[in-house]
Design a protein around this ligand. Structure first.
Ligand code: C2E
Ligand code: MG
Ligand code: MG
Length: 688
């Protein structure tokens, strides 16, 4: 029963009881009064009845007052509390709170306050719990809260899952309810999580101190996560798994892109270099085969880039097949990569002999040549290969690749489809090539003169101007730098320089009275084909006041062969100006009689290679004799080169050779020496 009801009833009974007691007292007194005199009795009885009446009335009023003032308000307060508790609203209490400040109001206020606080705390807790689970659930990281399982020493060895968030149930692909109450060990056994690593992290946890240990682990299958284990209050810990599978995949893709060639899946330049650096660090011997597909540009240009790409993929497969070509050993010994474009690199570990290197290079060429088809187009690829070896050719990757590249270019220069092993000479050439141009400007070249002896007149009638390169390390032979100068185009400048020096020589000869003296200069096709070659020629001899007939231009067959008509045209013009023309080195190469016929020539120079076997070989003598006779018929005079001994001269004299040039008379010598030589030889009277 409510307190207000109980108080109400108590009050009611008390009022009734008081009324009855007072009434009884009055009735008793009233009865006592009836024995007294009549008037007094009558007066007192009336007073008693009035007092009794007033007493009952006052009792009723007191009851009413108490009921109204206390019990009803008590009931109101009770109702308010009840309602407030039901609704959980403290406002209700405040709104209905009676205004009067008395003890009951104070009591009510206090109760209201306490209730308020309780409700607030309850609301706060409920809100916080909601916030906490919302927060956990919106977290993209998996959260698992566990009660620790400890070993005898008190180390955490496992845990029982007491809460997880959505992300965790998604991560494990299981509903929350199925994971709750599971042992963590059951999870990592079920999901093949790296148990050892997790247990080792758990053991490291300080039970008494809150801390976090983080580790990157392969969690489930190909899923990766950064696991952070937090120890909280003793006996509990939480695990947060940050799913880094995508990041890991992405970074693996990036690593792949950084290390592999996306078109062929071979190692790329970066990875190849890393691999070679590692081999060098381990002092493992190896050879690298720098492969460039011949005419690949043509495939791209004519069949399109898609076909080009497909060809490169097939090349990659072919090169990879080398791993299985020789023996099981080659699987580990051979590594293939793509440097870019149509350039591939094969690395073969081990110290190989030249024969073994050549074998592999030939095998590469063979497999590349093996026929294949792409969209009805048949391919037989050819490749140029350059090879360098560690440690023989260099001790660092860049040098080794550069040398293999140089050798590969050498193969290309020789027409492609070849393989070349790097040699020091190649390097020498490269260095020479790069310093050639500046050497001409720096006047490092000097012109030597080799006398030409007239067999009939028995005197020196001319000389061949031959260049020498004076380098710090000594004189370099033209056989080394002339082919390079032709390749780089520097030969044009060199030939001009020789022409100027030849003119100076002629002037000196004029001074010695040798007006018929002729200086032969070797002129390259590159110089002749210049648009302004004739102007230059004329300009130089005019400046030096030289008669054109004193200059003989030597041309070689192999240089003019492709442009014979043009050469005939220009030589005619030059010859018409009074210059003389000689065909040099006849007897090597084509040695076509046709050229002797069609070229506007004055002289035929028979190469010294023909003279080598002159004495013991009657056939050679007959050939030279025929050549001399033919030349004479065509109005040409003949110079035989490379005469080293007197018997050669005597034989040549017998077959009517006009002139000779060779060590028998003199080696090429510098101009001053030549000047004294001719004065001596021709018995020229010195003016000084
Ligand atoms: P070449 O025009 O046939 O010159 C003759 C070469 O034979 C010279 O070699 C000369 O030293 C060599 N020789 C002459 N007599 C003998 C002999 O009796 N025995 C032997 N073993 N060799 C002899 P060199 O000076 O080394 O010149 C080689 C070639 O270089 C020349 O062959 C010429 O084609 C070219 N050359 C030299 N200087 C120039 C130049 O300034 N311009 C151009 N375009 N070519 C040049
Ligand atoms: Mg010559
Ligand atoms: Mg010659």
């Amino acid at each position: 029963m409510k307190l207000s009801k109980r108080v109400g009833l108590l009050l009611f009974y008390a009022t009734i009881t008081v009324s009855i007691i007072i009434s009884s007292i009055y009735i008793f007194i009233y009865n006592k009064l009836s024995e007294s005199s009549v008037e007094i009795i009558i007066n007192y009885k009336i007073i008693f009845i009035i007092i009794l009446f007033l007493t009952v009335i006052s009792n009723a009023l007191i009851y009413n007052f108490i009921n109204k003032k206390i019990i009803k308000r008590l009931k109101d307060t009770e109702d308010i509390i009840e309602k407030a508790i039901d609704k959980g609203l403290s406002e209700e209490i405040k709104n209905n709170n009676p205004k009067e400040q008395d003890e009951i109001s104070n009591l009510t206020d206090e109760i209201t306050n306490i209730t308020d606080k309780l409700i607030n705390t309850e609301n706060y807790l409920e809100k916080e719990t909601n916030n906490y689970s919302n927060l956990l659930n919106i977290m993209s990281n998996s959260f698992i809260h566990l009660k620790a399982i400890v070993d005898e020493e008190g180390n955490y060895i496992d845990g029982i899952v007491i809460d997880i968030n959505y992300a965790a149930s998604a991560f494990f692909c299981q509903e929350r309810e199925k994971i709750i109450n599971k042992k963590f060990s059951e999870l990592y056994e079920e999901y093949n999580i790296d148990k050892e690593n997790i247990v080792s992290v758990l053991k490291r946890i300080n039970r008494t101190k809150s801390e976090c240990i983080t580790k990157e682990l392969n969690i489930i299958g190909d899923k990766w996560g950064v696991i952070s284990i937090y120890s909280l209050n003793e006996g509990y810990f939480s695990i947060i798994i940050n799913d880094i599978t995508d990041i890991k995949k992405h970074s693996e893709e990036l690593t792949y892109l950084a290390n592999y060639d996306t078109l062929t899946n071979l190692l790329n330049r970066y990875n190849l270099f890393e691999y070679l650096i590692k081999l060098i660090k381990n002092e493992e011997e190896f050879s690298i085969y720098f492969i460039d597909i011949d005419d690949f540009k043509n495939i791209n240009d004519t069949l399109g880039h898609n076909t080009g790409d497909e060809v490169l993929r097939i090349v990659a497969d072919k090169l990879l097949s080398l791993k299985y070509t020789f023996n099981m050993d080659s699987i580990n010994k051979i590594t293939v990569g793509r440097l870019g474009g149509d350039e591939f690199l094969v690395v073969k570990k081990g110290k190989d002999s030249i024969r073994e290197i050549k074998n592999l290079a030939n095998e590469i060429q063979r497999i590349l040549y093996e026929e294949f088809e792409i969209e009805n187009n048949t391919f037989n690829l050819k490749a140029s290969i350059g090879i360098s070896s560690y440690p023989a050719d260099g001790d660092n990757v860049f040098t080794l690749i550069k040398y293999a590249d140089i050798s590969m270019y050498r193969s290309k220069e020789e027409g492609g489809n070849k393989n070349k092993v790097f040699s020091e000479e190649m390097l020498e050439e490269i260095n020479m090539q790069s310093s050639l141009s500046s050497a001409i400007e720096n006047k490092e070249f000097e012109v030597y003169f080799q006398p030409i002896y007239d067999v009939t007149k028995e005197k020196i009638v001319g000389a061949e101007a031959l260049t020498r390169w004076n380098k710090e390390e000594g004189i370099i032979s033209p056989a080394k730098y002339i082919p390079l100068a032709k390749k780089t185009g520097d030969i044009i400048k060199l030939d001009e320089f020789v022409l100027e020096e030849a003119c100076k020589c002629c002037n000196e000869m004029y001074k010695l009275g040798e007006d018929e003296f002729k200086v032969s200069i070797n002129i390259s096709y590159a110089a002749i084909k210049q648009n302004n070659f004739i102007e230059k020629l004329v300009k130089i001899i005019t400046k030096e006041k030289i008669n054109p007939k004193s200059i003989k231009l030597e041309i070689t067959e192999d240089e003019i062969i492709d442009n014979i008509d043009f050469t005939v045209g220009i030589l005619n013009k030059i010859r018409n100006l009074g210059f003389q023309i000689a065909l040099d080195d006849f007897g090597v190469g084509y040695s076509s009689f046709n050229y002797i016929k069609i070229l506007p020539l004055d002289t035929l120079k028979i190469d010294r290679s023909l003279l080598k076997s002159l004495e013991n070989d009657r056939k050679t003598l007959s050939i030279i004799e025929t050549l001399i006779n033919l030349s004479h018929t065509l109005g040409l005079n003949v110079v035989c080169e490379g005469v080293e001994i007197s018997s050669q001269l005597e034989l040549l004299r017998k077959i009517n050779c006009d002139s000779i040039q060779g060590f028998y008379i003199s080696k090429p010598i510098d101009f001053n020496s030549f000047k004294y030589f001719i004065i001596d030889f021709n018995n020229i009277e010195r003016s000084e």
